[in-house]
Design a protein around this ligand. Structure first.
Ligand code: FMN
Length: 310
């Protein structure tokens, strides 16, 4: 690993290093009004949520390192105390990129980007109608970051006073993340899209797992099982015992070769072939590979039983 100290880098390099590593970051499309009522719309990826009681989010508009100028968003929120934040779906990404250009303060980026203002309930700035998730916010406080050493960062804490969620992303009263299709920011000009295989579930343990250190050595030191596999196995409440009846097959059960069955995601069929082949029967790497496919399918009990067959 390369170790880098911030003071050894030029501003641009340090900026891109930080942004490349702290990624993907959610993007807030922030809408605000100046004191004359001119709308402003700009994306901010120094953005996250920090409290849910009450809901508090923060954005980080920087003072320009080049010119020392404040962002319009920063000035507007300090002057009016209000903003909306619209989350960005993939369908909005080119428009938000356009809105990030440094238009003069009197230019309405809704007009420039082609995005549609959606009237708010509790604050004056509009949300973005194309967004599946909009928050109306009031300014709490702004923290200026290390101005004593020429720092140009800010944290603007905003309390959310209303949420708006598109019906199109709701399933059974909950937001389905696959329907949001949100984008996030990475380093340089890279973005990430939270869709298809990029979205997956990891079930939260409801008990304290035995831990990787408690796995038997042949499993813990496996050359096949990955760190994720081991952690999944170590999430069991207690070390399982081999159940002598595993695996059980109907007399009519049929299977192809081990490789083909593993590729087809049929670990039980691979096990069947293995058990009917005396030469390979106790081959540890094969058992581990079969267990791995069970794990990929969240079939932790069967994975354990496969490993314990040895
Ligand atoms: C996806 C994206 C994320 C951005 N995030 C930030 C950020 O977190 N902080 C910042 O100061 N500028 C950020 N920028 C740049 C601002 O959007 C840009 O400077 C914009 O012109 C500011 O507009 P304003 O002066 O109207 O507020 C980002 C730009 C893009 C495209």
């Amino acid at each position: 690993m390369t170790t880098i100290f911030p003071a050894d880098l030029a501003h641009r390099e340090r900026h891109q290093l930080l942004l490349s590593g702290v990624a993907p970051r959610p993007i807030a499309l922030v809408s605000s009004l100046d004191t004359k009522g001119v709308p402003n719309l700009s994306p901010y990826s120094f953005f996250n949520a920090y409290s849910s009681k009450p809901p508090i989010v923060a954005i980080g508009p920087a003072i320009s390192a080049k010119t020392g100028a404040e962002k319009d968003t920063y000035r507007n929120i300090r002057a009016t105390g209000e903003a909306t934040i619209s989350m960005c779906s993939f369908a909005m990404v080119e428009a938000l990129n356009l809105a990030s250009a440094e238009y003069p303060s009197d230019v309405d980026e809704f007009v420039k980007s082609g995005l549609t203002p959606r009237p708010s309930n509790k604050v004056a700035p509009a949300g973005v109608a194309e967004s599946p998730f909009i928050m109306e916010c009031v300014h709490m406080e702004t923290i200026e970051l290390r101005r004593d050493i020429g720092g140009n960062g800010n944290i603007m804490l905003l309390e959310v006073v209303a949420f708006h969620v598109s019906d199109s992303v709701m399933v059974d009263g909950k937001i389905d993340p696959r329907r949001l299709d949100l984008v996030a920011r990475m380093g340089y000009d890279w973005y990430a899209r939270a869709s298809s295989e990029a979205i997956f579930e990891v079930r939260k343990p409801t008990w304290v797992g035995i831990g990787v250190d408690a796995l038997p050595d042949p499993i813990r030191l496996s050359t096949v099982l990955t760190g994720n596999d081991l952690a999944k196995l170590a999430g069991v409440r207690e070390l399982p015992m081999y159940d002598g009846s595993f695996p059980r097959f109907e007399p009519s059960f049929a299977a192809d070769s081990i490789e083909r069955e593993l590729a087809a995601g049929r670990p039980e069929a691979a096990l069947f072939v293995l058990m009917n082949n005396a030469a390979e029967r106790h081959e540890r790497p094969l058992l581990h590979r079969i267990a791995q496919v069970f794990l990929a399918q969240d079939r932790v009990d069967e994975a354990w039983q496969t490993l314990l067959m040895e």
